[in-house]
Design a protein around this ligand. Structure first.
Ligand SMILES: Cc1cc2nc3c(=O)[nH]c(=O)nc-3n(C[C@H](O)[C@H](O)[C@H](O)COP(=O)(O)OP(=O)(O)OC[C@H]3O[C@@H](n4cnc5c(N)ncnc54)[C@H](O)[C@@H]3O)c2cc1C
Length: 332
């Protein structure tokens, strides 16, 4: 049926007005092998000129050193703008402030402020650490205060279209988001979701509450359906029956799974574009292929000028196919 209305997603191209902007989330690697795949993913995605790339902070601060060294390497070896995740868990205010100062000294100007999960896992009741920040709003205020000495820090926070599991209601959850915005957060990134209607309904409620910062949808390409379902159960995100059906009987068929994952994510992001969304945050799981393909579909292309300098640039990294790409010089 021809409705006569052109779909916005057919016309997106990088560089055009209202073009798509993306950010990519990575986690700090545990082993040398994981470190290599992380940097291959960064090398592949950097030429798409993301708005920023963020690096997660392990539960209970368990990755403090690894998050810090990954972020520092991004500053030192790429032109990307890093955002360091930081939580309130298991640390005093003084300890967290020291981490913030170390980031600012390393040149980081963007922090993703989170409460974090209790040390025993997401099911446990959260209790603030003695002498620590009470919750994410409190942490945002602390970061903004520390940032005053270095010309200011940008702060992003988390948002939950399906409400946070600890929250008694959607309204209480949005009150918490409002507290984070009032404390100085200028962007929220959502937990992943698979039904876009949930996101649009959430935006309406956030707007009605007087919150006017961007609420950037977090997109999770389903690299592994089983682990996505387990993770979703822990963080209160619904996995619809239609999604499970799409991955049915594919446990031993990685190639088809990957095509389905790309199709599912493409359907989701193109529908969001058709409804006016222009910013996307991708949970990359430190892998580039699906995210790169989806970004291509969204009109993003490698930055041509920067590609021409790739061989001379410092920090050239090997890519899986033997192709070499310079990370430094390929970001924004
Ligand atoms: C984009 C994104 C990135 C993330 N990155 C990380 C990361 O790097 N490391 C990590 O460990 N985790 C990360 N998380 C997970 C996050 O730490 C957990 O979801 C955590 O449980 C809540 O953190 P928050 O910042 O949303 O907390 P807050 O905004 O402080 O609270 C979240 C919700 O919980 C409810 N709530 C909080 N405290 C109470 C209470 N005492 N009683 C009742 N309700 C309460 C509120 O309604 C609130 O809406 C991330 C989540 C997202 C969406």
């Amino acid at each position: 049926m021809d409705t006569g209305v052109p779909r916005a997603s057919r016309f997106v191209r990088a560089g055009r007005p209202h073009a798509i902007r993306v950010s990519f989330e990575f986690f700090p690697p545990k082993t040398a092998e994981m470190e290599q795949s992380l940097w291959q993913a960064i090398a592949r995605l950097a030429p798409l000129s993301p708005n920023f790339v963020s690096v997660t902070y392990g539960a209970g601060g368990s990755t403090r050193e690894r998050t810090h060294s990954t972020v520092k390497r991004i500053v030192a070896e790429t032109m990307l703008t890093p955002a360091a995740h930081l939580t309130c868990v298991a640390a005093t205010r003084a300890e967290i402030d020291a981490v913030i100062r170390a980031y600012t000294e390393a040149g980081v100007r963007h922090i993703v402020a989170l409460r974090g999960d209790p040390p025993g896992g997401a099911g446990e009741r959260y209790a603030p650490y003695p002498g620590g920040y009470r919750n994410a709003a409190d942490l945002v205020a602390g970061i903004k205060c520390c940032g005053e000495q270095c010309g200011g820090l940008e702060v992003s926070v988390a948002a939950y279209p399906e409400k946070h599991p600890d929250s008694p209601s959607v309204a209480a959850d949005i009150d918490m988001l409002k507290a984070k915005v009032d404390a100085g957060a200028s962007r929220a990134i959502t937990q992943f979701f698979f039904e876009n209607d949930l996101y649009f309904r959430y935006l309406d409620r956030v707007c009605a509450r007087g919150i006017d910062i961007p609420i950037v949808p977090g997109i999770l390409p389903v690299q592994n359906f089983k682990s996505t379902r387990n993770f979703a159960a822990r963080c209160g995100a619904a996995v619809p029956a239609w999604l499970a059906e799409r991955f049915e009987n594919l446990d031993d068929d990685a190639a088809t799974r990957k095509l389905i994952a790309a199709a599912v994510a493409a359907e989701q992001v193109l529908d969001l574009v058709d409804h006016g969304v222009r910013d996307f945050h991708f949970y990359t799981m430190n892998r580039a292929d699906l995210v790169y393909a989806i970004c291509h579909l969204l009109g993003l292309r490698p930055h041509q000028d920067q590609i021409s300098v790739r061989d001379e640039a410092r920090g050239a990294l090997p890519l899986p196919g033997g192709e070499r790409v310079a990370v430094r010089g390929l970001g924004r």
